[in-house]
Design a protein around this ligand. Structure first.
Ligand SMILES: [Zn+2]
Length: 96
């Protein structure tokens, strides 16, 4: 795609840029860099997170909510079963 904005590399004046994926030193996450596409330059211009963090947070929240709901349902089943066991024990001890 053409550089219709007329943006120039601040170092060499080149007018074409590229997006490259890289992992900065001491980072656990990859980033996208926008840099000058001149092979002899590659001056860094801007960094963009690889992932859409807002989307990831929302998806993680939904996953956690689903898991909590599952745990709550299981706790309900366990409570019902405990009630049945208590009732059986009571019925057994009352017969004696
Ligand atoms: Zn350049």
């Amino acid at each position: 795609m053409a550089n219709i904005s007329g943006t120039k590399c601040p170092k060499c004046g080149h007018t074409s840029f590229e997006l490259v994926r890289d992992c900065p030193t001491n980072s656990n996450h990859d980033m996208y860099y926008i840099r000058c596409s001149s092979f002899s330059c590659h001056t860094f211009l801007h960094a963009i997170p690889l992932a859409d963090t807002n989307y990831l947070i929302e998806e993680t929240k939904k996953s956690v909510e689903r898991r909590i709901s599952g745990v709550e349902n299981n706790i309900g089943i366990v409570n019902e079963n405990i009630g049945r066991v208590v009732a059986l024990i009571k019925a057994f001890t009352d017969k004696k």
